[in-house]
Design a protein around this ligand. Structure first.
Ligand SMILES: Nc1nc2c(ncn2[C@@H]2O[C@H](COP(=O)(O)OP(=O)(O)O)[C@@H](O)[C@H]2O)c(=O)[nH]1
Ligand SMILES: [Mg+2]
Length: 372
């Protein structure tokens, strides 16, 4: 019996040998699904042995930004200039990998910035402690890619993340998979599918052992996107691209770097002199899309002075996570005034999406003590 690794390599070879056209696309989709499935298995086994991924980094602040780049692109220099963190004294060991945290205060928010070891080609396979580094990247709210003239291979950098299941600047595909116990597999869609047919979708699902249940497409998804949904362990993280050491660039260099990184639009900085760091901080704040939410005690006035800072796209449940535990435990409903409310004082549940400058009252169950 071939090992997982051997099976993966064999299928990769088969994909390479198979001409890619309409007649073969279903077959190739299934092969890709098979690889994704085998990789998940491999991941599970290495976790079982205690040597796998899945570490958590000590998060703090309102959001976490990961500095991602090849070695020597200036990550540590940038961390120092953005946050004042001293790489040496602030370092803590994250299992044999040093992750250096700093705190950037901007727009009323505390943003944790993590400096980590540079990625080397093959990082996702574990080269240069790549797995550990990528597991930290997974948990970040924003990825800051740092490249320079000597290390301009942005595509390669992104590919390392892709292989590790990190989807950059993408949102979760709108495909819903509901496993069942009998009756076969039904595929339905609310939009016209042009990139994947029903048979291919069914074939891909089978590779993941899904023989009964429903797949609903709410967007014109690709085979890759369906595989991502079935694999289930993907994360979707926004990013910004930064070119460092702009002091060393000629106008022609800049042009070349712009071409190389299309359709991304890089921000040019010089970490050492601090050139353009203001613009970079603005971009970070914009990308994190913070919202301010004001709390209003039941029957009282809103505290307009001290907003709670949340990430854009936060729900009432995210707000509760920032409040004393009892409030979350005894939560009955929330009353909302502001842009997210259909009318002032609307009663909403935990899933309600909040908007900037909302005012919220948390209503707890009557008769419950603080201890619940
Ligand atoms: N010319 C120039 N050199 C820089 C700049 N930022 C960093 N460097 C240099 O690049 C080298 C690598 O920097 P470092 O922060 O250690 O990179 P890291 O490996 O990504 O953490 C150091 O020699 C820095 O002095 C910059 O803006 N301009
Ligand atoms: Mg460094």
């Amino acid at each position: 019996m071939a090992t997982l690794e051997e099976q993966i390599v064999a299928i990769e070879d088969e994909i390479r040998r198979t001409p890619n056209n309409k007649a073969t696309s279903g077959h190739i989709g299934r092969l890709r699904a098979r690889i994704a499935f085998l990789r998940l298995e491999r991941e599970k086994r290495s976790r079982g042995k205690g040597g796998g991924i899945g570490y958590a980094v000590r998060k703090s602040g309102h959001a976490t930004v990961a500095l991602v780049g090849y070695p020597s692109t200036g990550k540590s220099t940038l961390l120092t200039h953005l946050t004042g963190a001293n790489s040496q004294s602030a370092a803590y060991d994250f299992t044999t990998v040093s992750i250096i945290p700093g705190m950037l205060e901007a727009a009323g928010a505390s943003i944790q910035v993590l400096d980590m070891p540079g990625l080397v080609p093959g990082a996702w396979r574990g080269k240069g402690r790549g797995r550990e580094v990528l597991s930290v990247v997974r948990s970040a709210d924003l990825i800051l890619f740092l490249i320079d003239k000597e290390h301009p291979d942005f595509r390669g950098l992104r590919a390392e993340l892709e292989e590790a299941g990190i989807r950059v600047n993408a949102r979760r595909p709108r495909v819903v998979v509901t496993p069942g116990t009998r009756g076969g597999l039904t595929v339905t869609s609310t939009v016209k599918l042009t990139r994947l047919d029903e048979d291919s979708a069914t074939g891909i699902a089978r590779e993941f052992g899904l023989h009964n249940g429903a797949i609903v497409f709410r967007e014109d998804a690709t085979a890759e996107q369906l595989i991502d949904v079935l694999a289930g362990s993907r994360v979707y993280v926004p990013s910004i691209l930064v070119v460092n050491k702009s002091d060393l660039l000629t106008p022609a260099d800049r042009e070349k770097l712009r071409d190389l990184t299309k359709p991304f639009v890089p921000i040019f900085i010089a970490a050492e002199s601090g050139h353009n760091l203001d613009e970079l901080v603005l971009s970070i704040v914009r990308a994190l899309a913070f919202i301010r939410v004001y709390l209003r005690p039941p029957g009282g006035e809103a505290d307009r002075v001290e907003p709670l800072i949340l990430r854009g796209g936060s729900r009432v449940s995210d707000l509760l996570a920032r409040l004393p535990l009892e409030l979350g435990r005894n939560f009955r409903a929330a009353l909302v005034w502001g842009r997210s409310a259909r009318f002032p004082g609307q009663t909403v549940g935990r899933d309600h999406l909040l908007a900037d400058e909302d005012v919220v009252t948390v209503v707890v169950q009557r008769g419950r003590t603080a201890a619940g």
